[in-house]
Design a protein around this ligand. Sequence first.
Ligand SMILES: Nc1ncnc2c1ncn2[C@@H]1O[C@H](COP(=O)(O)OP(=O)(O)O)[C@@H](O)[C@H]1O
Ligand SMILES: [Mg+2]
Length: 179
Amino acid sequence: MNDPGVTVLLLTVGLPGAGKTTRARQLAKERNALRLTPDEWMIPLFGEPEADGKRDVLEGRLLWLALEALRLGTNVVLDFGCWSRDERSAIRWLAKSVGASCDLVYVPVDHETQRARIAHRQSTDPDQTFLMSETDLLRWRTMFEEPDAAELDGQEIGSPPPDWPGWTEWAADRWPSFT
Ligand SMILES: Nc1ncnc2c1ncn2[C@@H]1O[C@H](COP(=O)(O)OP(=O)(O)O)[C@@H](O)[C@H]1O
Ligand SMILES: [Mg+2]
């Protein structure tokens, strides 16, 4: 549990269909937080979740907005799902740089449960989602970097990859439009 006086960034982590947005909605209510879910912007704006790299551009603006809100003392749930450790480290570092704390909200899911949840969402909320094949699910699972105990405990943030001066520069490359 965080110090109630400290503004917090809650960052969802997990595969598609894990239940991240469901959890993000609960947390936003409990913590009186601004929830930023990229799919809720991508689908209305572009009718698809990726749209030729536009997701990275959108996420850069949402990340910028998240930091503005944290600076103003508003808790934020950033529902990015962050598959890579570097993405999580960058966002944790940025939250810290504006005086906020950051909690990873990892939503693990096994393959069968994931399939069942995606099918459930497809039948109940077809406008909020997009089709995912079995091949996609298996490929994404191999790409996902599961957070380790040190990350989940909020321990020290590692350095950016070689040749990057800092996480801000790394983030501006990963999410064009961030700075
Ligand atoms: N804990 C849960 N138990 C059962 N069903 C769930 C649970 N969490 C989410 N769901 C359902 O699974 C589907 C996917 O959840 P969602 O939150 O959209 O996943 P994600 O944001 O990770 O892609 C939705 O239909 C949702 O209602
Ligand atoms: Mg979601």
